[in-house]
Design a protein around this ligand. Sequence first.
Ligand SMILES: Cc1cc2nc3c(=O)[nH]c(=O)nc-3n(C[C@H](O)[C@H](O)[C@H](O)COP(=O)(O)O)c2cc1C
Length: 185
Amino acid sequence: MARQLPLQPTDIAAPGSGTSAYQKTLLIVWQSMTGGTRQMAEAAAAGARTEATVQVLCKAAAQAGPADLLAADGVLFATPENLASMAGLMKDFFDRCYYPALGRIEGRPYATLVCAGSDGSGAARQIERICTGWRLRATAPPLIVCTQAQTPEAILAPKTLAEADLARCRELGQALAAGLAVGVF
Ligand SMILES: Cc1cc2nc3c(=O)[nH]c(=O)nc-3n(C[C@H](O)[C@H](O)[C@H](O)COP(=O)(O)O)c2cc1C
């Protein structure tokens, strides 16, 4: 059963832009349990939406599938690190998409956002390995935000990320969308 948050990034077109004005599509696939990754994904989406010709689609991992991936010109993967791995629902997304997309998305740009307590490298490494299999092209090193939550109570509490961290996510989203818009990838 997919865990849902009350606030979800939705598939919203850039304000003032008709769908016909879009030339490229950026897909943001995300999962979040206590809200940190969701804030990172939303910030990246906000940055990406400054590019008027790029359609930004945000999909929770449980709702995303191969068709979304095949239709995207670029992808942002956003996951918590749980037990030194990407979140289970994110892994499920990759499990469902890997073979349907294999050989059909080579060369497309991607980037990764990880929300972690104190590490994040395990999740980042796993996604990098899968994307290497797909022959995707990383546009930036994985962006990892650590909440420094240590106790079970702090780990399970809703997260509010620092503005400086959200600004890094916005910049990453904007850079990915800008590269798509001008066709450098
Ligand atoms: C079951 C579980 C396992 C976790 N394991 C790790 C871990 O291995 N490394 C780490 O840095 N953080 C770990 N964390 C902390 C989460 O990554 C952190 O709370 C983060 O905010 C989760 O993202 P979210 O707010 O989007 O759910 C774990 C959290 C949970 C609930």
